[in-house]
Design a protein around this ligand. Structure first.
Ligand code: RAT
Ligand code: ZN
Length: 418
């Protein structure tokens, strides 16, 4: 019972945990940020923060404007509307709104004036190179893993031309179109010189593997990844399942790369909202169980979108050491749910997971996403260490540091190198 601990001891443990969680640098293992060599693809600044799709979805609840009319506006006009609706006409309480204010506050700006033009002016004066370092320092993020798609026409020319990598940015190979839209992906692969057939005949599976091999090498990736709908089924008589068996898993085994599954997104529930229009559904995680049990020589990373699936995911991770659980994804990246997920994961799988990823699409967001998560992780870890101390097992500062490093990327890196 933690109540038998003297107050001074409780306070000392709480102080060490908060300080360690605050100061330990993180490996942000899933983001939508880009190496600065990609130029304008790396978003930053107040307008990009305000038009973040998490805020667009919230703002439309207040807008009268039609969807198309909104999308025709310039980015600054959209940002202004979102600022007015979510910050000025209502208190900015939601997690995504509060995030913008945390960023401004940590950058030393006074948002209390509610003066968007002066905030814009400040951002316009920043040098983008220095600003990356500043955000990463403030967020204490040491490495950022990008999401890189060989199907993205904006980024592929850069990869094909080659560039000098910024060592703070690593890469993940995103293959959603390959697995979810084979009928349109196949002609694209064929056009790029891969001998694939729509009906999977001939050399199709070898050639898809060659495609993965080429891009994994070009991007120097850490893992192969896909976001999947709740209806995802494996094994199944679907193009997706056939490709997983015939190409993805063999390639991942050969290369030693994990296959990351982000499960539970219902794309385009309200397509008029564009990127903001995706929803959530409850998946059948038996598919994940089948993958892990049927392929012990493959490694899997997984995060799931529905709150209801979190317990099941932890139980599967208890059964299969080839599965690494990570992050509180998207709709679960809110304080109340991060807290319960972190507590549940610690209860069920101890220290063997990655506590969070930012999913940042705008560089500045790493500041708030990590600040907010660190606060909750510190709270839950303190509770857990106090429970330990009450048994007589007192965690040392070195042990706490080791554990936090594990949750903030160390455990992920060990999983990669296993
Ligand atoms: O969190 C997000 O920004 C979503 O739009 C998705 O990008 C999601 O994280 C994904 O990677 O599919
Ligand atoms: Zn994402």
């Amino acid at each position: 019972m933690s109540s038998i601990l003297p107050d001074a001891k409780r306070e000392a443990i709480a102080a060490v945990v908060s300080q360690t969680v605050r100061e330990t640098s993180v490996y942000d293992i899933h983001t939508h940020l880009y190496d600065p060599a990609f130029g304008e693809l790396l978003l930053w600044g107040i307008d990009d923060q305000l038009v973040y799709h998490y805020l667009v979805a919230e703002a439309f609840r207040h807008f009268d404007i039609g969807f198309e009319a909104f999308w025709r506006l310039a980015r600054e006009e959209q940002a202004q509307m979102i600022w007015d609706a979510l910050f000025v006409e209502n208190s900015p309480i939601s997690e995504a709104c509060r995030g913008v204010l945390t960023v401004l506050n940590r950058l030393g700006l006074d948002a209390n004036q509610r003066d968007l033009p002066s905030i814009r002016k400040w951002f316009a004066e920043q040098d983008s190179g220095d600003y990356i370092t500043r955000c990463m320092d403030l967020a204490k993020v040491r490495t950022i893993c990008m999401t890189n798609s060989p199907f993205d026409e904006l980024e592929t020319p850069k990869w094909n031309a080659g560039f000098e990598r910024d060592e703070r940015f690593t890469s993940a190979l995103r293959i959603d179109p390959l697995l979810l839209e084979w009928d349109t992906a196949a002609p694209r692969l064929a056009g790029a010189g891969y001998e694939v057939q729509a009906d999977f005949s001939g050399r199709t599976m070898e050639e898809v593997q060659r495609f993965l091999r080429d891009w994994a090498k070009r991007m120097d990736v850490l893992y192969v990844m896909v976001s999947l709908p709740p209806a995802f089924e494996y094994p199944a008589d679907t193009q997706c399942s056939r490709l997983i068996d015939g190409a993805i898993l063999p390639f991942c085994r050969e290369s030693g790369l994990p296959f990351a599954l982000m499960i539970g997104v219902k794309r385009g529930v309200n397509a008029a909202l564009q990127l903001a229009g995706d929803g959530v559904g409850k998946p059948d995680l038996a598919s994940l169980e089948n993958l892990c049990s049927g392929h012990p020589d493959n490694k899997f990373l997984c995060t799931v979108l529905s709150r209801e699936s979190q317990h099941e995911l932890c139980v599967i991770a208890r059964k299969f050491r080839n599965l690494h659980v990570f992050g509180c994804w998207w709709f679960t990246n809110i304080p109340s749910v991060i807290e319960e997920m972190t507590r549940m994961r610690l209860d069920l799988i101890g220290m063997s997971f990655t506590a969070q990823h930012s999913d940042a699409r705008v560089l500045d967001q790493i500041i708030y996403k990590w600040d907010h998560s660190r606060e909750i992780i510190a709270k839950v870890l303190t509770e857990k260490y106090l429970n330990l101390a009450a048994t007589g097992w007192e965690p040392s500062g070195v042990e706490i540091q080791r554990d936090v490093e594990g949750l903030f990327g160390g455990s992920f890196q060990r999983f990669l190198s296993r």
